[in-house]
Design a protein around this ligand. Structure first.
Ligand SMILES: NC(=O)c1ccc[n+]([C@@H]2O[C@H](COP(=O)([O-])OP(=O)(O)OC[C@H]3O[C@@H](n4cnc5c(N)ncnc54)[C@H](OP(=O)(O)O)[C@@H]3O)[C@@H](O)[C@H]2O)c1
Length: 225
């Protein structure tokens, strides 16, 4: 049981994750754009502006809430569907900022605490093998960077006992997946997808592994129906 910092807590997967963490006895602080929409104590921040995170986290740290963070789960993400020809620099900037730069910045801000607790960083990435997808370049580029960030961080922080896990979920029944499938002209049947709650429970399981081993990568697919 520990104190877990979660991004994306207002989303389909993140909201289920917060519920599963609380049920498992963890304490949760969320980072989100509107603390009024969070189910737990929150840090108000726009992850599209990672440079503002230090002040936002610092404001809460003054209350004594943050120094004991034992895990960080980065679940926030945006997923624009457009060709490179139609993607402007602001879309690139926002996508990379939310999907990867904010993750690196939150790691930087919580590392002292994560090192003290020999804690755990979890990045929610994308489906296994998602590379080079036409009309999804900003998204897949960000997720590729997020995976490289995880792999670098894992080696850097091993000496401090910090574990780093990348989760690769397949289609999970959220509004975001419905919108993305629609943009690609592909069918979306939530019944054929992973339930957010199931994925959330798997993330809680990863966090709860015994001290001698952990899942550094986890690919999760919908079971064949
Ligand atoms: N659903 C799937 O099939 C699937 C599969 C593989 C990977 N994933 C990944 O899983 C993660 C969650 O996906 P989801 O389906 O749960 O999506 P979702 O329902 O759209 O949730 C996205 C979350 O990210 C937050 N977010 C977006 N932009 C933000 C910003 N600028 N500042 C702060 N927070 C921001 C959203 O907050 P707001 O409420 O403020 O917008 C929301 O909480 C994403 O990283 C996604 O790539 C999803």
């Amino acid at each position: 049981m520990g104190h877990v910092l979660v991004t994306g807590a207002t989303g389909g997967i993140g909201r289920a994750l917060v519920g599963a963490l609380l049920e498992a006895g963890h304490r949760v602080t969320a980072v989100g754009r509107d603390v009024g929409r969070l189910d737990v104590p929150g840090i108000e921040a726009d992850l599209a502006d990672p440079g503002t995170l230090a002040a936002a986290v610092g404001a809460l740290a003054d209350t004594g809430e943050l120094p004991d963070v034992q895990a960080l789960v980065h679940c926030a993400g945006v997923s624009p569907v457009a060709t490179v020809a139609d993607t402007d620099p602001e879309t690139w900037r926002r996508t990379l900022a939310v999907n990867v730069v904010s993750a690196a910045e939150l790691v930087r801000l919580t590392l002292p605490s994560l090192r003290r607790s020999r804690g755990h960083v979890i990045f929610v990435n994308a489906s296994p093998g998602m590379t080079g997808v036409p009309r999804w370049s900003a998204f897949v580029a960000g997720k590729a960077a997020l995976r490289e960030l995880a792999d670098s961080l894992r080696e850097e922080e091993a000496a401090h006992g910090v574990r780093v896990t990348t989760i690769h979920p397949g289609g999970t029944a959220t509004d975001l997946l419905g919108e993305v499938r629609n943009a690609f002209g592909r069918p979306y049947d939530p019944e054929l997808c992973i339930r957010p709650r199931t994925l959330a429970e798997m993330i809680v399981w990863v966090l709860g592994a015994p001290a001698d081993a952990y899942a550094c990568e986890l690919s999760v697919l919908p079971s064949p129906r």
